[in-house]
Ligand binder design. Structure first.
Ligand code: ZN
Length: 886
C-alpha cells in the first residue's frame, strides 16, 4: 500500500461523465457472486475526450463492453482501486461490465456480504465499489433496476430498492426477482437483501390517500419482536406529514433487520437495513432505552427519504447536510412523542460527553470537514450531533414557521439534486429574508466556542446589562478563529423566582422592543456576533437572576458569574426546564471539581449540605415530571468532569463521584426508599411517557440505594431483580448490584446469563455491563470474556459491547499499569484484519491520550506507535492513530 491519500473539499470537481440509468444483474452465490451492470453514460460536456475513471475494490473484472463491443486490454487500465477507460466514443454510450465478488470472505461488512446465512449490502459511504466498478460518488444520480437470481430454497426472499415488477422460477431450483426504483439515486443508497426472512406487514395511508405497504423483515422467530418498530414507523410517517408536510413517495417500504452491521441503520431507498438491536424489542428482552432508541432511529432512517434521498449530498464533505438535519428531525420527533425537556437534556448530555471531547482533541473537525483520508472516519458526533445543533439554531433564530418556510423552499429548489450546506443555508435565508451574519462559520470552524457572560444591575437606571465575550479554541489546522454568530435565549427571574416580563434591549446603539403587541414576553434571543458585546435590558425594577442559553440555544461552553444562590434559585424556579436541570448540573460540576482538588491533596471529602438539600427538594417535589427528576438527580458523567480538568485524573474523578453518590444515598435514604416503593410497576409493560418516567425514577433511586452496600438495600435490589417482569427493571436491578464486587454480584450475573443465553441481544447487554465495570483489575475479566462461547470478534455489536464498553470505564481502561491500553492495542491489531471500520472506532479510545498524566501518556503512545507500525494497516486505523499522535 502506498501512503494513504488525503482528500480535500477544495479539490471538488464536477464529474466528466454522468450516468442516466443502471441495470444490475446479480447471480448470487456465497463463495462467488457474478454482477453484471449496464450503464447509460453521457459526457458532461459534449465531445469530451476525458477518460472515465471507475472505482472498484476487491473485484475480479471479467469483461467490459462499450456499445456492445468488448474492450481489449489496451483500451483500459486496471489497478487495485480503479478501472480507467480511455478510448471512448464522443457522445453518449452504453457501458457493460461483468465482475465477480466474494461475499463469504467479506468480513468488512461493506459491499455485498453475508449475515447469518443471508445476503445483504452496505454501500454508504463507499461500499458500492466493492459490488461493481462505478463512479462511486453521491453526485452521480441514476435510475436503477436490479435483477436478482438465486437458489430458491436457500434464498426465498429477494429484495432491492423500489417496486417489484417481475418475479419467477428458473431452472435448477432457482428463482429471480426484478426491482425497479423510479427515483434517481446515488449508488450509496443502493441495497439488496436475499435470504430466509419473514415479515410483519402493515399499511399506512398517506394524507393524499396513497396506500403504502409496510414490511419489517427478520428471521421467522423474531417477527413477534417487530411490533414496536412497526408502531414507530407509522408514527414517523404521520409526524413527517404533520410537521413538515412530507409524504412517502412509493407504494412499498421495507425494513430488514440484520445481526451483523457496522452502524445503527441505513436509509437505502425504500429498503432500510437495520442493525437488529435497533429493530427487535419485547418487554422481556428490551429496555426503555432500547425502545426509545428504536423509535428515534426508525424515525431517523425514514426521515432520510426526504432529507438525504430526495435531496442528497454533492460530495461526502457535505455529510452533515443530510445527517445534521435528519438527527435534528429525529430529535424533534422523539420530543413530540415523549417529553420535550427531557429529550433536550439527553441530547445535550450526549453532546457534552462525546462531542465536546472530540472538538477539543486531535480529531477535531468542522461540521463540514475540510479533508479526510477515509470518509468512514467522519461519521462522527460532530457531523451528526453538532450538525443537528446547527440546524436547531436556524429554528431558534427563525421560529417554527420561518424554519418550515425554509424547509419548503429547500425542497422546492433542490428535489432530485445533490447539493451543499450553502444551499440549505441559502434556502433558510431566502425564505425568511434573514440576516444570518457570519452564521456559515458554524460549518467551517471546529472547536467549541467558550462564551463568558458578566452581568450587572443599575438600580438608578433600572437597567440590567449582560456583557458577552467569546473565544473559539484552536484546533488542528485552525490556530486562529473568528467570532461566531451565537443565538443566546435569555429570560430574567426576580428574587422570588418569578419570570420578569421583558420590555426592551439596548444593543449597538439601538433600542429594540421585545414585547409582542402588548403581550408579555419572557424569553428573547440575543444575537451575539462579536468578540465582545453588551446587551442592556431596560425597565428592570430589581436585580434579576438571568436564565441564560435557555433550551441550550447554541452548542457552546457557557461561563457565567452566577453565584451558588442564583443557581439554587434557578434550580428551584426556572420556567425553562432545561435550565432548571442545567443549574443543578453547574452546581454539581463545581462541587465535583472542588472535591477532586481536595482528593488530590489528600484532604477529607465533605459534601455541601446545600447541594443535598437542593436535590432533596427536587426528589420530593411530586409536581415534577418523574423522568425530569431522574435526570436532575443524576450527576454529570466522569468524562464530563475529566474534560474540564487541566490534566484528567480518572482515579480522582471516579473516587469523588462514587463518594458523592454514596453520601447522597446515605442522606436521602428515606426519600429514595419511598421513591422505590411508590414507583413500582404494577400493570403490564407499556412504553409511554408516564410509565417509562416512573421506571426511570424508581431505577435511579435503586442504583443510589445499592451503592450503600448495606444488607437491607442489597436485599431490596435483589427482590427487584427477582420480581421484575420487564427488561428495564430487571437490568436496572442487575446493574445496581453489579456495582459492588462480591459473591452476590457473581451469582446474579451468572443467573442472568443462564436466563438469557439464547438471546444474543440480551447477552450483549450482559457483556457490556461487565466490560464497563469499575471493579478493580477488570481487564482480566474482559480478557476472559473474549473466549466466552457467545463472543465473536467478527460481530460489531459484540465488539462494541465488550471492547467499547471496557474503553468507557475510566478506571480500568486508564489503569495506571497500562494493562487497559495494552489490551486495546492488541484487539485493534486483530480487529483491523477483520473489519477496519470497527477497528478504527475502537482505536479512537486512544485519541485523547494527551489529556492524561505523563505515565499514562507514554503507555498509550507506545500502543499507538505499535499499531502504526503494523504491516498492512488499514487506512481507517492509520488515519485515527496517526492524527492522534500528531
Ligand atoms: Zn442518518
Amino acid at each position: 500500500m502506498g501512503a494513504p491519500k488525503e482528500i480535500f473539499l477544495k479539490d471538488y470537481k464536477l464529474p466528466d461523465y454522468y450516468f442516466d440509468s443502471v441495470d444490475l444483474n446479480f447471480s448470487l452465490g456465497a463463495e462467488k457472486t457474478i454482477v453484471s451492470s449496464k450503464i447509460a453514460v453521457f459526457p458532461r460536456v459534449e465531445g469530451s475526450s476525458s477518460p472515465l475513471v471507475l472505482d472498484g475494490q476487491d473485484l475480479k473484472l471479467l469483461s467490459v463492453r462499450i456499445n456492445s463491443k468488448e474492450l481489449k486490454e489496451e483500451d483500459y487500465r486496471l489497478d487495485s482501486r480503479h478501472l480507467t477507460l480511455t478510448s471512448l466514443p464522443s457522445g453518449a454510450f452504453t457501458l457493460e461490465i461483468l465482475t465477480e465478488t466474494y461475499p463469504e470472505k467479506n468480513t468488512s461488512l461493506e459491499g455485498l456480504y453475508r449475515s447469518s446465512g443471508n445476503f445483504c449490502t452496505q454501500c454508504e459511504a463507499e461500499g458500492f465499489r466493492k459490488i461493481t466498478f462505478y463512479q462511486d460518488r453521491p453526485d452521480i444520480m441514476a435510475k436503477y433496476t436490479c435483477r436478482i437470481e438465486a437458489d430458491k430454497s436457500l434464498y426465498p426472499v429477494l429484495l432491492s430498492n423500489g417496486n417489484l415488477i417481475e418475479q419467477g422460477d428458473l431452472e435448477g431450483n432457482k428463482h429471480f426477482a426484478l426491482w425497479e426504483d423510479p427515483f434517481k439515486k446515488p449508488c450509496y443508497l443502493f441495497a439488496l437483501v436475499a435470504g430466509q426472512l419473514e415479515s410483519r406487514d402493515d399499511t399506512f395511508v398517506t394524507r393524499s390517500g396513497r396506500k403504502v405497504a409496510l414490511r419489517i423483515w427478520t428471521p421467522a422467530q423474531d417477527v413477534p419482536k417487530t411490533a414496536h418498530a412497526m408502531y414507530s414507523l407509522k408514527a414517523a410517517m404521520k409526524w413527517d406529514e404533520d410537521v413538515f408536510g412530507l409524504e412517502y413517495d412509493l407504494d412499498l417500504f421495507n425494513i430488514v433487520a440484520v445481526p451483523d452491521f457496522n452502524m445503527g441503520a441505513m436509509e437505502n431507498k425504500s429498503l432500510n437495513i437495520f442493525n437488529s438491536k435497533l429493530v427487535l424489542a419485547s418487554p422481556e428482552t428490551a429496555s426503555d432505552a432500547d425502545y426509545a432508541a428504536i423509535l428515534g432511529v426508525i424515525g431517523h432512517e425514514y426521515f432520510h427519504n426526504w432529507t438525504g434521498n430526495r435531496v442528497t449530498c454533492r460530495d461526502w464533505f457535505q455529510l452533515s447536510l443530510k445527517e445534521g438535519l435528519t438527527v435534528f428531525r429525529d430529535q424533534e420527533f422523539s420530543s413530540d412523542m415523549g417529553s420535550r425537556p427531557v429529550k433536550r437534556i439527553s441530547d445535550v448530555s450526549r453532546l457534552r460527553n462525546y462531542q465536546f471531547p472530540q472538538d477539543a482533541g486531535p480529531m477535531a473537525h468542522p461540521v463540514r470537514p475540510h479533508s479526510y483520508i477515509k470518509m468512514d472516519n467522519f461519521y462522527t458526533v460532530t457531523v451528526y450531533e453538532k450538525g443537528a445543533e446547527v440546524v436547531r439554531m436556524y429554528k431558534t433564530l427563525l421560529g417554527s414557521q420561518g424554519f418550515r418556510n425554509g424547509m419548503d423552499l429547500y425542497f422546492k429548489r433542490h428535489d432530485g439534486q445533490a447539493v451543499t450546506c450553502e444551499d440549505f443555508f441559502a434556502a433558510m435565508r431566502d425564505a425568511n429574508n434573514a440576516d444570518f451574519a457570519n452564521f456559515l462559520l458554524w460549518y467551517s470552524q471546529a472547536g467549541t466556542p467558550v462564551v463568558k457572560v458578566a452581568s450587572s444591575y443599575n438600580a438608578e437606571a433600572r437597567t440590567f446589562s449582560l456583557k458577552f465575550s467569546q473565544e473559539v479554541p484552536p484546533t488542528p489546522g485552525q490556530p486562529i478563529k473568528e467570532p461566531m454568530f451565537i443565538p443566546v435565549a435569555v429570560g430574567l427571574l426576580n428574587s422570588t423566582g418569578k419570570e420578569v416580563p421583558l420590555s426592551s434591549v439596548h444593543h449597538d446603539g439601538t433600542l429594540q422592543s421585545v414585547a409582542n403587541n402588548g403581550q408579555p414576553v419572557y424569553t428573547t434571543v440575543l444575537r451575539v456576533t462579536k468578540k465582545e458585546e453588551e446587551f442592556v435590558f431596560s425597565d428592570v425594577s430589581e436585580r434579576p437572576i438571568p436564565s441564560l442559553l435557555r433550551g441550550y440555544s447554541a452548542p457552546i461552553r457557557l461561563e457565567t458569574d452566577l453565584t451558588d444562590s442564583d443557581l439554587f434559585l434557578l434550580l428551584a424556579y426556572d420556567s425553562d426546564e432545561f435550565n432548571r436541570w442545567e443549574a443543578g448540573q453547574v452546581l454539581a460540576r463545581k462541587l465535583m471539581l472542588s472535591l477532586v482538588a481536595d482528593f488530590q491533596q489528600n484532604k477529607p471529602l465533605v459534601l455541601n449540605p446545600k447541594f443535598v438539600h437542593g436535590l432533596r427538594s427536587i426528589l420530593s417535589d411530586l409536581s415534577l415530571d418523574k423522568e425530569f427528576v431522574a435526570k436532575a438527580i443524576t450527576l454529570p458523567g466522569e468524562g464530563e468532569i475529566m474534560d474540564m480538568m487541566e490534566v484528567a485524573d480518572p482515579d480522582a474523578v471516579h473516587a469523588v463521584r462514587t463518594f458523592i453518590r454514596k453520601q447522597l444515598a446515605h442522606e436521602l435514604k428515606a426519600e429514595l426508599l419511598s421513591t422505590v416503593e411508590n414507583n413500582r410497576s404494577t400493570e403490564e409493560y407499556v412504553f409511554d411517557h408516564p410509565n417509562l418516567a416512573r421506571r426511570a425514577l424508581k431505577n435511579i433511586a435503586l442504583a443510589y440505594l445499592a451503592s450503600l452496600e448495606d444488607s437491607r438495600c442489597t436485599e431490596l435490589v435483589l427482590n427487584e431483580y427477582r420480581s421484575a417482569t420487564n427488561m428495564t427493571d430487571q437490568f436496572a436491578a442487575l446493574a445496581a448490584i453489579a456495582q459492588n464486587p462480591g459473591k452476590t454480584r457473581d451469582d446474579i450475573l451468572a443467573d442472568f446469563y443462564s436466563k438469557w443465553q439464547e438471546d444474543y441481544l440480551v447477552v450483549n447487554k450482559w457483556f457490556a455491563l461487565q466490560a464497563m465495570s469499575d471493579v478493580p483489575g477488570n481487564v482480566e475479566n474482559v480478557r476472559n470474556l473474549l473466549s466466552h462461547p457467545a463472543f465473536d470478534l467478527r460481530n460489531p455489536n459484540k465488539v462494541y459491547s465488550l471492547i467499547g464498553g471496557f474503553c468507557g470505564s475510566p478506571v480500568n481502561f486508564h489503569a495506571k499499569d497500562g494493562s487497559g491500553y495494552k489490551f486495546l492495542g492488541e484487539i485493534v491489531m486483530q480487529l483491523d484484519k477483520i473489519n477496519p471500520q470497527v477497528a478504527s472506532r475502537m482505536v479512537s479510545a486512544f485519541s485523547r491520550f494527551r489529556r492524561y498524566d505523563e505515565t499514562r501518556q507514554n503507555l498509550a503512545k507506545a500502543q499507538l506507535e505499535k499499531i502504526l507500525a503494523t504491516n498492512g494497516l488499514s487506512e481507517n486505523v492509520f488515519e485515527i492513530a496517526s492524527k492522534s499522535l500528531a
